[in-house]
Design a protein around this ligand. Structure first.
Ligand code: CAA
Length: 425
């Protein structure tokens, strides 16, 4: 069977961010709620000159350049986003132009809340595996700006950014297990964004239970598929013989860091067929396991915030750069969840050299170029961004906000979005 996997991975974030302790103080909330209760430290804040197109193109450009891939090699570009910029025109076609992709390259957008990019990844994998790619690669980009509104319960779980992935038949980072995937779909009203609103509507606590139900459902299906398609007789390498122990790292959709902890505990409970009681030895073991196999890959998520469809892949980027050297040849798990809802559980094997390739373009270097802003400036940016798409508005001037990104949104003129890019940086 043909090998298909991840050949390149990069990301892009807005130029500005806030510290969540500052936000907690401004909202009169105990900072421990945001830092320890939700597990978040910082939050990316987009300006009117940064939108899902500029972030997607920035991430895509970095992936092509950092991994030395000729744009003419790309035969398919898919953008997963739930913060699209037009009811009809997809983000992907702007990205196609900004990256100079060839006209024989198919381009389209996928929407299903935070599941969009995972669906795109699956589609790209199957396109290559079918032989229709004829040796070409696919570029899958997750790009979103998460907004719940000022003073809302969801405010500390906002963020913005994009992750770009290049999928090919000669991957350098991960090989996907194309035989085993677990899916879950159910119509639920946990989180949505009506066409007339820039901000999401969310039933916060219900959304957490929908996520956990979808996780258990897709995991059980993956597990059944895996057991029936292999000679799997139980995992005996670790005490307890849990199915989950076959993964060197477990990566989840991360709307906020603590959600990944809840998710990991839920899978350990699913393997044990019991719910762990607070303070029990099983609960303590679940926390230790989370600290060993999940938490080390969550620094980026804690410092960028929720980027919706890209948040799982942000955690993957963190894992590949920081921890994959100890996991060469081992499987890792990936869980994607999109409200509404759709979920997918899949796995991949870490390839030799992945860690050193990722380290050459360290994410910490990109984070260090950001600028911290105070809460009044953040509020001004949020309010101005709400005006950004109004025809002929003046708020998208980069000099007004001191934005120096190489790819910029300059606002809408005659109802047409305007972008600029400098080729040097
Ligand atoms: N010190 C330490 N911890 C504290 C604390 C303090 N002073 N005060 C509260 N906490 C803890 C709470 O105990 C709680 O932890 P547990 O869940 O482990 O019990 C945590 O901090 C959060 O407290 P609350 O539940 O009281 O917070 P809240 O009601 O204000 O809202 C939220 C939390 C529901 C996540 C809200 O931020 C929200 O609606 N966020 C957006 C929705 C979301 O992210 N849903 C996730 C699943 S859906 C999904 O994944 C799709 C997606 O991307 C949106």
């Amino acid at each position: 069977m043909m090998t298909v996997g991840l050949d390149a991975l990069s990301f892009d974030i807005p130029q500005n961010y806030i510290n969540l302790i500052d936000l907690a103080q401004a909202r009169g909330v105990d900072p421990g709620k945001y830092t320890s209760g939700l597990g978040q430290r910082e939050m990316a804040v987009s300006s009117p000159c940064e939108d899902p197109v500029t972030l997607a193109a920035g991430a895509g450009r970095r992936a092509l350049r950092n991994f030395d891939i000729d744009p003419n090699q790309i035969g398919l570009v898919i953008v997963g986003t739930e913060t699209g910029i037009d009811h009809s025109k997809p983000v992907s076609i702007y990205v196609h132009e900004l990256l100079g992709l060839p006209q024989y390259c198919r381009a389209f957008e996928v929407k299903h809340a935070c599941y969009g990019a995972m669906a795109g990844l699956s589609m790209a994998t199957h396109w290559i595996q079918s032989g229709k790619a004829k040796g070409r690669a696919a570029l899958v980009i997750a790009s979103d700006i998460a907004r719940y509104g000022l003073n809302s319960a969801g405010e500390p779980t906002q963020g913005a950014g994009a992750v770009a992935m290049i999928i090919s038949e000669n991957p350098r980072l991960l090989e996907f297990d194309v035989r085993n995937e677990g899916y879950y779909s159910k119509q639920v009203m946990d989180f949505w964004r009506p066409n007339y609103s820039k901000e999401a509507v969310v039933d916060g606590h219900y959304s957490i239970s929908c996520y956990l139900e979808a996780l258990t459902g897709s995991y059980q299906t993956y597990k059944q598929n895996f057991i029936s398609s292999s000679s799997y007789l139980g995992h005996s390498g670790h005490s307890g013989a849990r199915f989950l122990d076959r993964f060197a790292a477990c990566l989840y959709h991360v709307p906020f860091v603590k959600m990944a902890q809840k998710a990991h505990q839920r899978l350990l409970e699913a393997d044990a067929c019991i719910a762990f009681e607070k303070g029990s030895p099983q609960m303590q073991a679940a926390v230790s396991d989370f600290l060993a196999r999940v938490s080390p890959s969550l620094e980026l998520n804690a410092r960028v915030g929720n980027i919706y469809t890209g948040s799982l892949f942000l955690s993957l980027l963190n894992f590949l750069e920081d921890h994959s050297d100890l996991a060469t040849g081992s499987p890792i798990s990936l869980f994607g969840y999109g409200s509404g809802c759709a979920a997918e559980f899949m796995s991949a094997v870490v390839l030799e050299g992945a860690s050193s390739l990722m380290k050459q373009h360290s994410f910490r270097k990109i984070l260090s170029h950001r600028k911290q802003i105070d809460i009044p400036t953040y509020e001004k940016l949020i309010l101005a961004s709400a005006q950004a798409d109004l025809n002929n508005t003046e708020v998208c001037k980069p000099e007004l906000w001191n934005i120096q990104n190489p790819i910029l949104y300059l606002g809408t003129r005659d109802h047409k979005r305007q972008y600029t890019t400098s080729s040097s940086s």
